[in-house]
Design a protein around this ligand. Sequence first.
Ligand code: NAP
Length: 462
Amino acid sequence: MLEVRDPADVRSVVAEVPAMTAAEVTAAYDRARAAFDGWRRANPLDRAAVLGRAADLIRARAEDGAVILVRENGKTLAEARVEVTKTADFLDYYASFARQPWGELLSDARPGTSTSVRVEPVGVVLAICPWNDPLITPARKLGPALIAGNAVLLKAASQTPSIAIWAARLLSEAGLPADVLQVVTGRNGEISGALLASPDAVTFTGSNEVGALLRRTLAARNVRLQAELGGKNVSVVLADADLDLAASVVVNAAFAQAGQRCTATSRLIVDVSAAAAFESRLRDAIAGIVVGPGLDPATTMGPLAYAAHRDGVLGHVERARREGGAVVAGGGRPAAGALAHGCYVEPTLVNVAPGQSLWRDEVFGPVLAVATADGFDQAVRLANDTVYGLSAAVFTTSLSAADEFINLAQAGQVAVKLPTAGWDVHHPFGGFRESGSAFKEQGAPGLRFYTRIKTAAVRFAW
Ligand code: NAP
């Protein structure tokens, strides 16, 4: 079995799920292939009805799902409720595509002939998901995969398997035929080979290291790969920005979910003329963050998801100190009283020089690296000074500066006077550079990965 411990108190085991064997994974693929044959032929409107019913069930049992999320992942109940709601939205949104065109009719120069373009499912999809948004990440993959008629093996993160199992049960209760969706749980050393042996497509959200391994393994077999990887998202505060607005938005973007969002702001660039005034606003806003267990209604920032991750995040802060970074807020592990046994890290602000590790490396925790820039051009240069390209934001009152920033930012998502996080189900989503792959998630483009195109010419008359 795999054991899941409560991030708010690691002495407590909150779930145990099977550690599957490689043979069990292979058998799951066999069942998925058989199930795919029926599901791909189902009427798209019937497929949509299943997704719609599942969305209703998720909303009806939202509180159950939210509590599972908090207990496995550590996020606050308020954050978990949003995740559950958006999960239902994903299923409803992709259900609506059943009523959209799924192909085209083309003219053909040959007499009595008509050529059509048909959109087909790709087959059995392996969806590998991380622990940070362990319900919504599967949902943004399952919505398009299932409406298009694919079968799915969902590999849940070992830290958060129960919520994936919960969602799969509700889809089953909503009428999803057996084995169209199966949740896989297990240790990578045991099951990775079997997982990667026979999918028709792999959609992966997770680290760059595992993404690179998948790319190497799958490219040789020409298996399509969608990869949503790491980030080092930036917010830029220009000299003319509304500093009060910018401070409250940036603090939320950096510290919500304890910074464990792929789109969390983890670098901040402030125009040097506004730096002192902005830092004092940031410190005030950070002082208002209440760190504690996610189930406590007073908490505004929960623990990190597991102890080794907490230690890794604290290691990034220590390294920043050694490299000359100045920790101006937080930087430690709150361990008093009830927090002693949890995976907590204080919301942390570090002034750094661009080029230092904290400027470059993904931390995936509540740590914001701050640098200054002298004017717009330098700010943009620094914003793009990263191998990543997921999300970027700018704070300015100048329309032309905002538009120029959108043009120049090397990021798949760009926001003006808004957080780097918080994109809706119908907004195409995906990173540039080392943050992603050519296939977008969400929105209408999110369907492309899960479909292939067949062109068929038919001679109707001699
Ligand atoms: P991770 O270590 O890459 O794990 C992600 C998933 O891959 C987990 O289910 C993990 O299983 C599985 N996995 C690991 N090694 C595998 C292997 N050899 N074969 C098959 N599956 C394997 O990533 P993480 O640390 O959990 O997640 C954090 C990372 O995800 C960060 O870099 C973050 O930026 C990124 N992320 C990106 C986005 C985006 O949209 N761009 C969104 C969220 C997160 P186990 O749990 O069993 O190890």
